[in-house]
Design a protein. Sequence first.
Lengths: 299, 242
Amino acid sequence: MRIISAPALLLACCAAIACGDFYSGYGWCLAAGALLALGGGYAIVHARLLDALGRWRFGWCGALPVGRGATASTLLLVTAAALLVSLAFATALLLGVSVSAPHRADLAYALAGIDLALVVGTAAAAGRAFRAGARVHHADGIRESLFALPWLNDPRLPHLLDWQRRATLVQWRRGGSFVMVGVVLAGVPDGPSLPMVVALVLLVLSWSWLAVAMRASADAAAAAVRLLGATPLDVECARMASLRYPAAAALCAVVSMIAGAILAGHGAIALAWAACAVAVSAWPLFCIFRATRRPEGPA
Amino acid sequence: MTTLLHATDLRVAYGDACVLDGIDLEIARGEFVALIGPNGAGKTTLLHAIAGTAPLCGGNVDIAGYDLAKAPRAAKQAIGLAIDPPGLPVLLTGRECLALFAGARGLPAIPPAALALGETLSLTSVLDRRIDSYSLGMRQKLGIMLGLIGEPPMLLLDEPFNGLDPRSALAFKTHLDALIRQGDTSVLLATHSLDIAERHATRVVLLMDGRVRRSWDAAELAAMREQPERSLETAMAEASGA
């Protein structure tokens, strides 16, 4: 579900934008939709291909007598198949959306723009991922944050915060949560003035980063609880320690979103939207509560 | 000797497969019990059932006088389970991981004894490196240190000598022997190394198909050591019906 939902949501956003009339002119909408399809296609394919290449070359199957050419051609075949599915899905969506769209006469342009953007984005991602070659195992990038936050660490469960932070960094540098870009673009109406562009960037980056931070933090917290399962860990303490980093991340994201909302000049609506964005992104926190509610002993 | 671990009628099943089928086990303070048996006999599951990390279908575990189901924190304070190398958090350094475990045990910092064990196992020089750069042996040593942190009286070790170089393996065996001699610590070791079981254990338990098939006490093990024609290997084969 997690594999399919992000690309599907992204393509739905592309179709909605490309057929809509949000940005004072159809040309802007088409450009935004195509740009989103290009970037989204790139981010999704690049992250998955790097992951697959890493597994093929350095995972358990790396020792199997499978040639690099065979690996590359198999992955290219899978990528091409995924691209075809994406194109079919995007085309079906565009056809569906265009029934009630204000510019349905220009459907051909929308089809060409989105489909071409998907092909270019996928091809660029595949080219870059394959060029990475032997360096693919370093794809996780630098895992150290720019600055330390020792005061934020819970002394009762030290370095859990560092674990969550590094997991967030790894996820972010692998492609983050690009699907949020589409949701934001689809949600902001009207003219692309400079403050609006800056506001969009702030909103998109904040929400995207927050979604990654929440997901990675929840996963790291669940892994920590499993790891410490045989210790006399205080569950309440674990829960509070697990929530420190997501709470700090949410605070930073909200500040950035408020700045974006003020710049966008849509005050109350934008703030309400930001609140909704945070609420939606924060759902993995419930996973933290679930993970830290492990049974106290054998059932 | 006082009883440290008392497990009765332990039952664990994964789906329809019954892995532990009514295990009774009692370990006294200062005892070194080796758990042997073929693959799939339930050795690892038994260790996890005692540690509270495997769901029980039935039975009861009592550690240092505390019921694991009713007072899990008090019971777990008395046990130390060595962590499997694949389960270690690769995004942390060895020292950060030790600090995390120390915190989970309610300790203010990494105890000097844990750092001394790291020195004994020649791991000190890499403690500030990320775990993802560790070799299998280094991960095994760190897993052992995490199990022994805070000096819990009941140590649960699952094949801890896998991947250890001979020098470190000897150092760890010596360390375990010293702990046993002091009389406060007990060890439950799951292993396929029959020579370790024969030489170091005070009791050996053979597990087969989720049940205790046979056990050998200290006197029987001493007799095996003195008579070259008798060995745990042949005794195990006989008990297994091979």
